[in-house]
Design a binder for this molecule. Structure first.
Ligand SMILES: C[S@@+](CC[C@H](N)C(=O)[O-])C[C@H]1O[C@@H](n2cnc3c(N)ncnc32)[C@H](O)[C@@H]1O
Length: 294
């Protein structure tokens, strides 16, 4: 698997600058990378802080397996944890620490997940899975075939901000009464018949986002890691988050602002420059926010 291109990190220099320059660990700190993915952020931290350790979390077993290989040279300085970052407090405790010097998260999907794991991309015909953690029971197929019309409508409005959420839900329920939905292209075909071609890609990406958020409980996990992460920071320690859509960014902004133990370091979100966006289309919607424990 390691010959496969895994992921190009977004806002890597900007996020690590906040994480590493705003605190006093002097190279000896303990950091948490909540979203290991292809290992870009963990590598940057470990290389620039010669004595630091990183607790590297991902709920996706493929990310952990990949990074065990590509980061092997750093030995026990990287502590790999396959788990949900929502359990950050327990994870830090189990790794043998109570407080850490910095926490970073780069949300959403890795390129590997989008290209090789089932259900995430509407451009590939795969099973409607969408689980980042394959040991979890709930899949996108379950959501689409079992949730009632009202529940589906709510997900499509709340997590996809889809104008035609109600119509999509109705159509899905109508179709699945004849035949259960199994694959991404069956879902794509259903939507194709409902929306004008110029809106198709944008509606599909919103619909897939909504399902992914539901399957992986993404927003509640994000709220939890921001609250509990702030508790686990040493004084002066920084929490930094890169988000990719407005629902995530709103949560990050509000959680950092409303926590009286944190001082916000980014008045406005930091966004990638033109050059980064030109070289990596995934970067175009990225927003970085950071705050420091006081
Ligand atoms: C955008 S990628 C991270 C890329 C990484 N920064 C790099 O440099 O390669 C996001 C990763 O976060 C993981 N992830 C998302 N939500 C998670 C959660 N609640 N707990 C643990 N990992 C999560 C995904 O499985 C994915 O591998």
């Amino acid at each position: 698997m390691d010959e496969v291109f895994y992921h190009r990190p977004v806002l890597l220099n900007e996020a690590s600058a906040y994480l590493l320059e705003n605190n006093s660990s002097k190279g000896y700190g303990v950091y948490v990378d909540c979203t290991l993915g292809g290992g870009g952020y963990t590598k940057k931290i470990i290389e620039s802080q010669p004595e630091a350790k990183v607790i590297a979390i991902d709920r996706d077993v493929y990310a952990i397996e990949h990074c065990r290989k590509v980061l092997a040279e750093f030995g026990s300085r990287v502590i790999f944890v396959q788990n949900n970052f929502g359990s950050i407090k327990q994870i830090i405790h189990d790794a043998g620490f109570e407080k850490v010097n910095g926490i970073v998260m780069d949300l959403g999907l890795s390129t590997y997940q989008l290209n090789y794991e089932d259900g995430f991309s509407y451009q590939k015909d795969t099973m409607l899975d969408m689980r980042a953690d394959k040991s979890q029971k709930l899949t996108a197929k379950d959501v689409l075939n079992r949730y009632d019309e009202k529940q589906l409508t709510k997900i499509f409005y709340d997590y996809g901000e889809l104008k035609y959420g109600r119509q999509f839900a109705k159509e899905i329920v109508h179709l699945r009464n004849k035949k259960k939905l199994e694959t991404t292209f069956e879902l794509v075909e259903l939507i194709r018949e409902k929306v004008p071609p110029r809106y198709l890609n944008s509606d599909l990406s919103k619909l897939f986002q909504a399902l992914r958020i539901e399957v992986n409980s993404e927003l509640s996990n994000l709220e939890k890691v921001l609250d509990d992460g702030a508790e686990c920071l040493e004084e002066g320690g920084v929490i930094a988050a890169v988000s990719y859509h407005s629902l995530e960014d709103r949560i990050v902004k509000n959680k950092l602002r409303s926590n009286e133990k944190l001082k916000v370091l980014t008045k406005k979100p930091v966004e990638p420059g033109e050059e980064e966006v030109a070289g990596n289309i995934r970067a175009r919607s990225a927003k970085l926010r950071a705050a420091q424990r006081i």
